[in-house]
Design a protein around this ligand. Structure first.
Ligand SMILES: [Zn+2]
Length: 248
């Protein structure tokens, strides 16, 4: 049963690798076909099968034997796993498609932010609109909750940007607004909170291990994406668990 969403996710993950590699460079994501960055040889379809090709080729280009980045199988595996989890949570419903599109955008944003330290507007701005439209279509979250989510979750970042004068980027703000649009303001705030907790824990860990200095920036996008994905899948559950123990 989970084979279909898993394979669907692996294929979309393969496409997301192209998005992550080309979008920040302004190249078309539709053509030409993928080629090896090392030697320029076009990659044959049988060498472009998600996960399997990487394993068969032992992580090296068939033509020049240069190593293929670990990012490629990781993005494919992550997208496959997320789609399977979304199917587990939502079943064969329109909500699954909304969750899958949202999760795919999160994977692309994570990959691009890690590689280039930017969160591209071409994903987040249409993402804000897509969140409202998706909620209008499925009424998983009401349109009002969705619009308030944009204002609240984007607004928090605006306040931080104004207060810190450059500590946080506009890309994070638009990403926050997109999370609010998809999740609504309640779950959107939960996503931001989980992102801050995860980011803070990792930053503290790196600081203790001496891997990063106090002033070095750690991209926040991947942590926001982690919070967003967790909340899309299990947010209602986490929120009711939390409210049971800590009633407002
Ligand atoms: Zn090559």
């Amino acid at each position: 049963m989970f084979a279909v969403p898993l394979i669907f996710g692996l294929v979309i993950g393969s496409f997301l690798n192209v998005v992550i590699a080309r979008l920040p460079e302004g190249r078309s994501i539709w053509r030409p076909r993928s080629s090896c960055p090392g030697c320029g040889t076009q990659i044959a379809w049988y060498d472009n099968i998600p996960l399997l090709s990487f394993m068969i080729l032992r992580g090296r280009c068939r033509a020049c034997s240069k190593p293929i980045g670990l990012r490629y199988p990781l993005v494919e595996a992550a997208t496959g796993a997320l789609f399977a989890l979304a199917f587990l949570v939502f079943g064969p419903t329109p909500n699954f498609l909304v969750a899958a599109a949202f999760l795919a955008a999160l994977v692309a944003i994570t990959g691009i932010d890690l590689a280039h330290q930017i969160i591209p507007d071409v994903i987040t701005l249409p993402g804000i609109l897509a969140g409202v439209v998706a909620n209008l279509a499925t009424s998983r979250v009401s349109w009002l909750e969705s619009v308030v989510g944009i204002v609240v979750c984007g607004g928090i970042f605006l306040v931080i940007i104004l207060a810190s004068r450059g500590g946080m980027g506009g890309g994070d703000m638009k990403f926050g607004a997109m999370l609010g649009a998809f999740l609504g303001w309640k779950l959107g705030l939960l996503a931001l909170m989980l992102g801050v907790l995860a980011g803070g824990a990792v930053a503290l860990g790196l600081l203790i291990l001496g891997r990063k200095g106090r002033k070095e920036a750690i991209p926040f996008g991947p942590f926001l994406a982690l919070g967003g994905a967790t909340t899309m899948l299990w947010g209602e559950m986490i929120l009711s668990w939390y409210l049971e123990r800590f009633p407002l």
